[in-house]
Design a protein around this ligand. Sequence first.
Ligand SMILES: Nc1ncnc2c1ncn2[C@@H]1O[C@H](COP(=O)(O)OP(=O)(O)OP(=O)(O)O)[C@@H](O)[C@H]1O
Length: 720
Amino acid sequence: MSTERGSLSIHSENIFPIIKKWLYSDHDIFVRELISNASDAITKLKKLEIMGEANIPEDNKFKITVTVNPEEKTIRFSDNGIGMTMEEVKEYINQIAFSGAQKFLEKYKDKTNEDQIIGHFGLGFYSSFMVAGKVTIDTLSWQPNAAPVHWESEGGTEYEMGEGTRTERGTEITLYLNEDSYEFSNEYRVKEILKKYCSFMPFEIYFVNANAPVEEEKEADEDIIDTTVDEDGKASEDGKADNKANEKKKPQPINNPNPLWAKHPNDCTEEEYKEFYRDVFHDYKEPLFWIHLNMDYPFNLKGILYFPKINTEYDSLEGLIKLYSNQVFIADNIKEVIPEFLMLLKGVIDCPDLPLNVSRSALQNDGFVKKISDYISKKVADKLSGMYKVERENYEKYWDDISPFIKFGCLKDDKFRDKIKDSIIYKNLEGKYITLAEYVEAAKGKKAEDKEEAADKKNKDESVNEVTDADTKEASVDEKDKDVHAAECTHDHEHGEECGCGHDHSQDNGEEVKEEDKTLVYYVTDEKQQSQYINMFKEAGLDALILTHNIDQPFITQVEYQDQKIKFQRIDADITDSFKEETKKKDQKVLKNNTDAMTKLFRKVLGKEKLEVKVEKLKNEKVSSVITLSEESRRMQEMMRMYSMNGMDPNMFGGGGETLVLNANHKLVQYVITNENSENTPMICEQLYDLALLSHKSLEPEAMTKFVQRSNEIMMLLAK
Ligand SMILES: Nc1ncnc2c1ncn2[C@@H]1O[C@H](COP(=O)(O)OP(=O)(O)OP(=O)(O)O)[C@@H](O)[C@H]1O
């Protein structure tokens, strides 16, 4: 066979400098491309064998070998797959492979912004020219009597092709590396790349360092993947022990060709799932649970999604979803394929129907990709709601870890929310997990009970004192009727239909619900800081939900939006009626006068002109002062903080909303009321204010310093 010289049909002078520039950040993908080609070549031959067209010797073992030669500065990829005849090299390499590179060039030649170039654009065989000045192919086709072929090119548009010397079936591609790419002949660098892209390739891959002493090479091989693979490609601990002796002699593949996700879920053990998780994600903490995806129709998709334990130390929610196509790694966290909220999980997804050269821009509007994403989201919702129904105990155990993820999913994906919304639970003050419906039911019951009690008490008082205040009585009975009705009325009203009881059911028919008709759902964001309020709540027999995660604020806003009859209110937003003593009319007058006097005094002492002060008779006599901050103001302030609008005056959005509540039942408050002008009163006022503030939020540094100094002064007074 004579040597053929030719010119690749390309209009551009030399595309390689351009390819290099565009793919600069992802040079290492040439390894994936060449090994994928080798793997395809083996698959093709296996198919021919199944079809009865090719005869493969019984002792044949398919494999791919990657050989680096740091002295020669080469890297070599060889396989014992289908191989190529001269005609095939002409067609597949000179025409098809090159036209792939040409297409790439045409598509991107006018783009000036490197970000627009997708790092994972598969260039196939020609990606080898990103790192090599010269590339050779030595190949021998599987076909009987085929002649070996040698092909080489120095990266321009010229190539040389002639009869080769290869004696074994398959293909060997050698890259003579460019000076700036010598790293790809370095053993550790190449092993790192192989680990990234090829850990689960479907055929065994061996690594050889042509310059390493034989023993050393074997030892180095062992550390690339922790799992030992036996003859059937099965990873096993036992295999490890049994084959220990052989292992020393036999080189080990660097990959696991039978990853767990490819097995049927029924054939996988719990320990295998955990081991796979440790190997792939290097997470020393065990996953909470996992979902094994296994779908053949209408598309092919396999994978395992793990729910990791949240790292509370950093509150980090960074997941990692590795995407594969036929066991070849494509990329991490491709958000077009995997719903965004699932990025908080850790897992592997293998979808052979996805092309290797995943171009993100092409995926964005792809209906097929959207279907994959919807399927994954549905599977996750099904698993979680199934757990809620049949494994409630486990579900509750995992709830704190999985709830940020579920809530994020609800915020991001309407379909997911619809499927999961009835399985959302909340921890209450007793540490029990309840649904919102259960909370609302209990709250309504409690409200009705309180009203009834109050009415009873009033009736008793009235009969003892024989004092009748017609206005009060009328109002209180009306209120009682209304609330008891709200709690007890179970009539199935049609939208807007009168139920005959005179109660307003306007909220039942989708109209805007009046503020006073909403059920308040109290919540705690910081159990330590809000402990004073928690104690008051517990004493009053009230319940609240613990919502401490950052995601909770946007989440409850969404719940309120979805269910207009509900209003979330932080536990310190107001002093509820349950905390206050019933006050008679004349007492109310006294409280009003005291409120006026204390407002004046505290504003003067604290230098806060706009401070709201209220004097109330709180049932809990141990509480002296409390600060409340209206829910609206607090949410506004939080939003401003979130959007870095710090320093802006919250008053511009309708008042600071902060109120200092003084308990008229506390001795210290009584002292201030009766000794407004005494020497120590200003100090007591400041201390009462700071103490109230402390159980609400942390003090500013300056205020904290003053608080500590003042506390010392107070102790000095005691010491006198
Ligand atoms: N190791 C190999 N053994 C046999 N044939 C090969 C080998 N490498 C490449 N080929 C042939 O050359 C063709 C072109 O390869 P190239 O990698 O450029 O494109 P591709 O694999 O078809 O597509 P992709 O862009 O997805 O890689 C292949 O389709 C295949 O027929």
